[in-house]
Ligand binder design. Structure first.
Ligand SMILES: NC(=O)c1ccc[n+]([C@@H]2O[C@H](COP(=O)([O-])OP(=O)(O)OC[C@H]3O[C@@H](n4cnc5c(N)ncnc54)[C@H](OP(=O)(O)O)[C@@H]3O)[C@@H](O)[C@H]2O)c1
Length: 323
């Protein structure tokens, strides 16, 4: 393929990204898949022999991700806060992917003690893919078991602690850690001075977006921490996908955008691709529709190194990380 064709394809892809709405909906992947340079699907057996963990696997994108990994041959640990729901989802996936190796593990990702218990109980000696997908947008300001603001506990503290505790299993073999973030973070800057959201009137969408912004801002620091051990870390935002979470938390948005939303598999596509594509993707990047994307679309959300370090210092202490 000549370079002009490739550049035209890239240009159209970028236009879709910067105009947000068309790119985030099902139109995004429908167009991008036809553009020159669309990255190939992983090989059908790409994950045979690989061990994977997906949090929030009982619904929406997590379920679709777990299924996508199983289709590629992976052993998948379905991390669920409700093990009965986990077992129902395991049976649902097994009906569609006969012979899949699926294990249900219990964990409330927002509860740091439960994260420690889960890592001990799971006893994983080797882990190839860890997907931090569990997410929520509580309607009112809620605190986790350790008293942290819930979205920050669920989207940042629990996942960072879980990854750090699983380092021995992840290290040394190109393992991949994927944070499922949100395009909503493009509207918020980092608030390292108030990670608990104590000042100002609480807004569910703002709290959610701030915690997702924190995931993305800390990516370079997390990459610095984990990549020397051979662990590739990245984040992906799924665009807008039709899931139980969106229907419940954003009913008006869901009603207005309904027909344009991606299906769950469309929202999970880049997560599965990041888990399985070869060679391993570069570490520390934000991805959407199989391409790395800018972490800021507006000047007002940009953050300096000092604030990022301040957030990291808080995160380390709040999550109780060693060293
Ligand atoms: N759908 C979208 O358009 C969209 C857009 C941007 C970002 N995202 C992100 O994508 C991820 C999945 O979202 P979704 O739309 O698929 O939402 P969803 O349908 O509500 O699924 C959320 C999953 O997270 C689990 N979960 C929630 N709190 C948990 C906790 N404390 N511990 C363990 N698991 C917990 C839920 O478990 P239960 O089944 O027990 O509730 C469920 O499995 C989230 O991180 C979300 O922020 C989604």
């Amino acid at each position: 393929m000549d370079s002009l064709t490739l550049r035209l394809g890239r240009g159209l892809d970028t236009l879709l990204d910067r105009t947000v709405a068309p790119g985030f909906t099902r139109i995004g992947p429908a167009v991008r898949r036809r553009l020159p340079g669309w990255p190939a699907d992983p090989a059908p057996d790409a994950l045979v022999g690989k061990v994977t963990v997906v949090t929030g696997a009982t619904s929406g994108l997590g379920l679709a991700t777990a299924e996508g990994l199983a289709v590629l041959g992976a052993e998948v640990h379905l991390v669920a806060r409700d093990p009965d729901k986990g077992a129902r989802v395991r049976d649902e996936i097994l009906a569609r992917v006969p012979g899949a190796t699926l294990v249900v593990d219990r964990c409330d990702v927002s509860d740091l003690d439960d994260v420690r218990r889960f890592v001990d109980a799971a006893g994983l000696v080797r882990l190839d893919v860890l997907v931090h997908n569990a997410g929520a947008m509580p309607a009112t300001r809620t605190e986790s078991a350790q008293g942290h603001e819930m979205t920050m506990a669920l989207h940042l503290l629990g996942p960072v602690l879980m990854t750090d505790l699983l380092r021995p299993a992840l290290a040394g073999h190109d393992a991949r850690v994927v944070f499922v973030t949100s395009g909503g973070m493009y509207g918020q800057r980092l608030h390292a001075d108030d990670p608990a959201y104590l000042s100002g009137e609480y807004s569910p969408t703002t709290a959610y977006a701030r915690s997702k912004r924190a995931q993305v801002e800390l990516l370079p620091i997390l990459a610095q921490r984990w990549t020397p051990e051979g662990v590739v870390v990245g984040a992906t935002h799924p665009g807008w996908a039709d899931t139980p979470g969106v229907e419940t938390s954003l009913p008006t948005f869901h009603r207005l955008t309904g027909p344009l939303l991606r299906d769950a598999a469309g929202g999970a596509d880049t997560t599965v691709w990041l888990a399985a594509t070869e060679p391993a993707p570069a570490s520390g990047l934000l991805w959407h529709d199989r391409r790395d994307r800018p972490t800021h679309l507006m000047k007002k959300t940009r953050t300096g190194e000092t604030e990022r370090e301040q957030m990291w210092a808080w995160c380390r202490e709040a999550a109780g990380l060693e060293a």
